[in-house]
Design a protein around this ligand. Structure first.
Ligand code: NAP
Length: 292
């Protein structure tokens, strides 16, 4: 079987181009979308992610602000900055880069973000809306995977989707999104017995664990779509996913590469969610047409 490598970089570029027009249309109506990215401390990986997000905003002509706090900043200081961003009409999306230093409770910080500005989709209200089938903001990584599947013509309807990894930011929302598109979903975690028996049953296999080569060739059903969400840096500095990509070539029908697969789609969905947030805020703030 010929395995198609899904070009996440190219797809992300096309999607950003489409959304640039929507962002420009909003700006023309006096509603330029704005994103605030809050970073606490100076973790190099977090800084690189934040740089990418700010760059993507610039590409689409969005307003962006980077709010930097030192690693020793208190939770109260961070909450005060979020309160100010919640009240700022130039800001439609707020993202707090995770992980946060240990002395700050991420749950309290996420809860403090106004749900209508929660472009990461992590606020419990947005999680609940997603779980009940009325998503307002779907978390960026699984939303990016769904768009990838759609653009590749892969319909999850009545397929068996197996997700390895059940985190709040990737695995669980991925399961909800696939379920909402008619897939039968199996969600695996570190306690799952005989992982390979589950993965071999997958028509769509999503790996989101953070362990290089966790998914080997013999764990994939011939013809399956394999989505590699993992990002792992090896000792030699090389970036790899969770899937042994070379081993699934010729077995899977599709596979996403790392880098250049899901990663660029994640950043793209963040700007998409920010434009959506601005569209809704702009619509809500527009004077209503007088009744005739
Ligand atoms: P996480 O919070 O550490 O969660 C990992 C999940 O994997 C947990 O549910 C854990 O199970 C499960 N797990 C661990 N070992 C396992 C095993 N041997 N078999 C089956 N499941 C196992 O990680 P995350 O934040 O979801 O991130 C996962 C990976 O995706 C990381 O490499 C991260 O860098 C990457 N990532 C990529 C993007 C992107 O844009 N491409 C975005 C976000 C994350 P338990 O629940 O039992 O602990």
């Amino acid at each position: 079987m010929q395995t198609r490598i899904i070009d996440g970089t190219g797809l992300a570029r096309r999607v950003r181009e489409e959304w640039r027009e929507r962002a420009q249309a909003l700006a023309g109506r006096g509603c330029r979308p704005g994103l605030a990215v809050v970073i606490v401390g100076d973790d190099p990986a977090s800084r690189a992610y934040v740089r990418n997000k700010i760059r993507a905003c610039a590409e689409l002509g969005l307003h962006s602000e980077q709010v930097e706090l030192p690693a020793e900043a208190s939770e109260a200081e961070l909450l005060a900055r979020i309160a100010a961003l919640n009240a700022d009409p130039a800001i439609h999306g707020i993202l707090v880069q995770l992980p946060l230093p240990k002395h700050i409770a991420a749950e309290r910080v996420i809860l403090a973000i106004a749900p209508e500005k929660d472009v990461d989709g992590f606020h419990p209200l947005n999680v609940g809306l997603l779980a009940t089938g009325h998503p307002r903001f779907a978390p960026c990584t699984p939303a990016g995977v769904m768009l990838m599947l759609e653009r590749e013509g892969i319909d999850p309807w009545a397929k068996h989707a197996v997700i390895v990894g059940a985190s709040n930011i990737v695995g669980k929302p991925m399961a909800l999104l696939l379920l909402s598109r008619g897939a039968t979903v199996t969600l695996c975690n570190s306690k799952t017995r005989d992982l390979a028996a589950h993965t071999r049953a997958a028509d769509i296999l999503v790996a989101a664990v953070g362990r290089p080569k966790l998914v080997t060739g013999d764990m994939v059903k011939p013809g399956a779509v394999v989505i590699d969400v993992g990002i792992n840096r090896l000792a030699d500095g090389k970036l790899v996913g969770d899937v042994d990509t070379a081993a699934v070539m010729g077995v899977a029908s599709h596979v996403t590469p790392v880098p250049g697969g899901v990663g660029p789609m994640t950043v793209t969905m963040l700007v998409v969610n920010t434009v959506l947030a601005a569209e809704r805020a702009c619509e809500a703030g527009r004077p209503k047409e007088p009744a005739t």
